[in-house]
Structures are given as structure tokens and as C-alpha cells.
Design a protein around this ligand. Structure first.
Ligand code: PMP
Length: 366
């Protein structure tokens, strides 16, 4: 880590790779010796055309995205995808199945209800979303239009180790906002994959959507043009002015991932980082992880202290010592360390050392 930077555990927007930030500094002023910064280039110019194509190419290479899929860079956050998915592929009389494994999954499900019927195939509500549903607790409807799954639950710190079984032939729609490209992904198992960029892929303001060709054309043509996948697929994400700088940055982050060895290498790095924290939590006498060990996320590690007062002191002391973003989501409290791809191992080691130190000086009884 370079001098002057602190340990950033924000859930998103989150830490970005330092080499990419340095390249961004240069590119903002004069990109590729074009005499203009990336923010100043026309989205219709040759340079941006290349940037757009390269970002897509990096994504395709990293995840071996098959030919029958389109890669789109859209706006409106993952939250707009909660609505765009049903607007495009759910008709009023059809049913979509949702695996409700956290607050984001629930929001996605509620949005779908505005456009068609929804069946909750499983919910983690009974365990306050600390555990993902077991196979026997998942009950799909007779013929769903699609099954929606949230691969990593950012707020509760749970993550599907593997995609659950889904009915054959039914498109799987995945919100991968908080674990996109953190591990290998078999794109062919999905109909639509979407992710807000601001955790593993780049800055906020860009959403990556990977969509199978047959789902691109499903929207009723009466739907607002900007909300139809076909509009963006036809125009290669250039129907209107796209978030040009964001797409440039996503391309650079994906290149960084490739240079580090791609998704398999990322998965190994991420597993090792997460293990450092979980191993400590499992033997700590003051901190405890909140997710069931069977469902633990390698991206967002949620943990609690013995009292809220202890937690507040921990977070405040952490800030003083140069660790930011450790406060849990406002709806659940406690602490959360988000350790996405770009979070250096060095930060994770420093965090565990700090926690050990805090435990030693603040035993449970105090
Ligand atoms: N899904 C998940 C899993 C998320 O973590 C988030 C944001 N933290 C969202 C959706 C919403 O994303 P956005 O803010 O880009 O709309």
C-alpha cells in the first residue's frame, strides 16, 4: 500500500487497486497520448469506442463468456436491474421465483411484484438471514419465468458457495453485485447476471449486465426505450451517453484482475484473506461472526462484539488507527469488513492484528 492511504473496508464504493488509481490519474489528464483526458472524450469517438470494446473483451476473457451472451454497461445501479429484469422478461400473468436471502434479494423480489406474480421459493427470514436455505427448504413454483438469486448477501455476510439447483430450462437471474468476478463463474448456467460496479469492478455509476441472446428481445416494445435490454444490446451500450470514465475504469480493473492470474487466482486470494479473519473470529472471546459457517461470505465478513458500547469503541478506535468502513450496515448494526478483490492482504492482516490487540486491551467484561 502506498504512503498516505488507509485500510479501506467500505462495502461499496470500495477500495480500488492502487495501480489502477495511478493510471486513472494520468488518464484523466491525457489518455493514451490523445491530448485529452478520458472524461473529455466523445462517446462517439474512436478512442472511446476502443475503451468500450476493450472493457467488454476483458470481461469476456476473464469469465469465458460464451458467444450467445451480450455484455452491457448500463446505469441506474443494481437497483434499476431489480425492475428492468421483470419489465423485460416477466409478463403480468407469469410467476417469477425469488430466493430471498437478504435485504437486497427482498428488494428485488418486491420490485418484481409490480410487474408480475412472485413466488418466494425460499426465505432466510427465520434465521435473520444468517444462513442460506438448504436444498430441502427451496420450493420452486410449477413453471417460473425465471429464478432470481443473490449470489452474495452484502448486508448479512452470506454467500452461495455454489449456485443452488434450479428447475431445468428456467433462466437463472443473478444479482452478483457484491461478488462479481471474485471467483470463477459458469456464465452458461445463467440467463442474466448483473452487478453494480462499485464493489469488485470499478466505480459507482456503471452496472455490468451479461444477458443471454434469447432474453434480450423479450421486452414489450411499448416499454420505455431506455428500459429495454434490446436497445442497449443493439447499440453496444452506446444508445445514449454512457458513463465513459466508469467504463474505462472497469476495463482497467478487469485488466488488473487478468494480470494477477484471473478469476481462479482471485478466488484463491479471496479465500485466503477471508480465512485469516474467520479463523481469528472463531477463537476470539469477544468477537463472533454472525453468519452461519456453512454460508459465510468471502467478501463481507459480519461480526459482533459483546455489547453495542464495545462495538462503538472498537469502530472509533479502528478509525483512529487508520481502518475505515468497519461499521455494519445501519439496519443490522455490529461490524462488517468488506474485503473485495482490491482489498490488499496487507489490510486484512493489519485488521486481524488490530482486533487481537483490541481484544487484549478490552476483555469481554469491560
Ligand atoms: N444488490 C446487492 C447485493 C448490493 O449489495 C447492492 C448495494 N450495496 C445492491 C444490489 C444495490 O446496488 P445499487 O446501489 O448499485 O443500486
Amino acid at each position: 500500500m502506498q504512503k498516505g492511504r488507509i485500510h479501506n473496508f467500505n462495502a461499496g464504493p470500495a477500495v480500488l487497486p492502487e495501480p489502477v488509481l495511478r493510471r486513472a490519474q494520468e488518464a484523466v489528464f491525457n489518455v493514451d497520448e490523445s491530448g485529452m483526458g478520458i472524461l473529455e472524450h466523445s462517446h462517439r469517438g474512436k478512442l472511446f469506442e476502443r475503451v468500450n470494446a476493450q472493457a467488454e473483451e476483458e470481461a469476456r476473457r476473464l469469465a469465458n463468456i460464451p458467444d450467445g451472451y451480450r455484455v452491457l454497461f448500463l446505469q441506474g445501479g443494481a437497483s434499476l436491474q431489480f425492475a428492468m429484469v421483470p419489465m423485460n422478461i416477466l409478463s403480468a400473468n407469469a410467476t417469477a421465483d425469488y430466493l430471498v436471502t437478504g435485504q437486497w434479494a427482498e428488494k428485488a423480489m418486491k420490485e418484481a411484484k409490480k410487474f408480475g406474480k412472485v413466488h418466494v421459493a425460499a426465505t432466510g427470514e427465520a434465521t435473520n438471514f444468517s444462513k442460506l436455505p438448504a436444498p430441502e427448504d427451496i420450493h420452486y413454483s410449477a413453471s417460473p419465468a425465471y429464478v432470481h438469486v443473490t449470489t452474495n448477501n452484502t448486508i448479512f455476510g452470506t454467500q452461495w458457495a455454489e449456485l443452488p439447483e434450479t428447475p431445468p430450462g428456467v433462466p437463472v437471474v443473478a444479482d452478483t453485485s457484491s461478488d462479481m468476478f471474485s471467483r470463477p463463474i459458469d456464465v452458461a448456467r445463467y440467463g442474466i447476471i448483473y452487478a453494480g460496479a462499485q464493489k469488485n469492478l470499478g466505480p459507482s455509476g456503471v452496472v455490468m449486465v451479461i444477458i443471454r441472446d434469447d432474453l434480450v428481445e423479450r421486452a414489450p416494445t411499448s416499454l420505455a426505450t431506455m428500459l429495454q435490454y434490446r436497445t442497449h444490446a443493439k447499440e453496444k451500450s452506446l444508445y445514449n451517453t454512457p458513463p465513459t470514465f466508469g467504463i474505462w475504469l472497469v476495463g482497467e480493473v478487469l485488466k488488473w484482475v487478468r494480470e494477477l492470474g484471473g478469476l481462479t487466482a482471485m478466488a484463491e486470494r479471496n479465500a485466503e484473506k477471508a480465512k485469516l479473519v474467520y479463523d481469528y473470529l472463531d477463537q476470539s472471546e469477544v468477537f463472533r461472526g454472525t453468519a452461519d459457517p456453512s454460508s459465510r461470505s468471502q467478501m463481507n465478513i459480519c461480526f459482533r462484539g459483546p455489547t453495542e458500547d464495545f462495538e462503538a469503541r472498537f469502530v472509533a478506535e479502528a478509525e483512529r488507527r487508520g481502518f475505515t468502513g468497519l461499521k455494519g450496515h445501519r439496519s443490522v448494526g455490529g461490524m462488517r469488513a468488506s474485503i473485495y478483490n482490491a482489498c490488499p492482504r496487507e489490510s486484512v492482516v493489519a485488521l486481524v492484528d488490530f482486533m487481537k490487540d483490541f481484544e487484549r486491551t478490552n476483555p469481554a467484561a469491560t
